[in-house]
Write a protein that binds this ligand. Structure first.
Ligand code: APR
Length: 235
């Protein structure tokens, strides 16, 4: 069991933190899951059934993410990591690279990332080209079994042990821009509470797990996150 460090903040982010950078969320009005069925583009079965459709879906999101610019919320979290007297870990459900573009370094992509490619045959990982094709062959084993390095429904998210260790040594858990619909991420707040963390939600509206948070600030992330970070950094 880790002794709680002096200051350690674990921050979970979801699609809502990137909404004001122009990237769609999933479950808001007109969101991504209103445009495509999850089972068609975000499951291993969907990929096996129609790999062209799935590669096309992620190629479109990759092209959008490459053009997207971090917003004031991403920048505030990068400032927090740089200036806070302690550890700041961002556990993101997002697959865009906006936390890194804003300057955050300690980022864990639990659902993978659009800039990652994976070989389903040999599990080799490499930087994804902007456009991936079904016929691409793995640079390591040459198998035509390449896929986006994205964690689909029914697959194990990345970094679960590291996330658990971070929560054990955290004094504060913040959840930003996520609806709290998808596990295991949606269960982090209950675990944080069990471990004695203070918990705060910063979201446009109350999430599914709203009642589990000690504190909540509802509104747009570009407003709530910089104000919250400024308060944390106040001497
Ligand atoms: N500022 C703050 N919060 C916002 C903003 C904004 N500008 N815009 C939307 N939100 C909030 C919404 O109120 C919603 O609660 O962001 C949340 C987005 O929820 P979802 O669309 O469900 O996205 P997310 O929670 O990240 O989904 C989790 O589900 O489909 C899977 O793998 C996918 O990582 C994703 C996971």
């Amino acid at each position: 069991m880790f002794e709680p460090m002096k200051n350690c903040i674990t921050i979970l982010t979801g699609a809502g933190i990137s909404a004001e950078s122009g990237l769609g969320t999933f479950r808001d009005e007109g969101g991504l899951w209103a445009q495509q069925r999850i089972e068609d583009v975000a499951t291993p079965e969907g990929f096996a059934r129609n790999p062209e459709l799935v590669q096309g879906f992620y190629n479109a999101r990759r092209a959008q993410a490459v053009e997207a610019v971090p917003n004031a919320a991403h920048e505030a979290l990068a400032r927090l990591e740089a200036e806070y007297d302690g550890e700041v870990l961002i556990v993101t459900q997002n697959v865009d690279g906006l936390h890194e573009k804003a300057g955050s370094r300690n980022v864990l992509h639990m659902h993978g990332a659009l800039n990652g490619a994976l070989c389903a045959a040999c599990e080799h990982r490499w930087e994804a080209p902007l456009v991936m094709h079904v016929a691409d062959s793995c640079p390591n084993c040459a198998a035509q079994a390449t896929r986006p390095d994205i964690v689909w429904f029914g697959e194990m998210p990345y970094g679960m042990e590291q996330i658990d260790e971070a929560l054990q040594r955290s004094t504060l858990f913040a959840s930003i821009g996520t609806s709290g619909n998808v596990y295991p991420a949606a269960g982090f707040v209950a675990e944080a509470r069990r471990l004695g963390c203070a918990t705060i939600e910063l979201n446009l509206e109350p999430s599914e797990g709203f009642s589990l948070f000690d504190e909540a600030r509802h509104g747009a992330a570009t407003q709530t996150v910089p104000a919250w970070v400024a308060k944390l950094l106040k001497p």
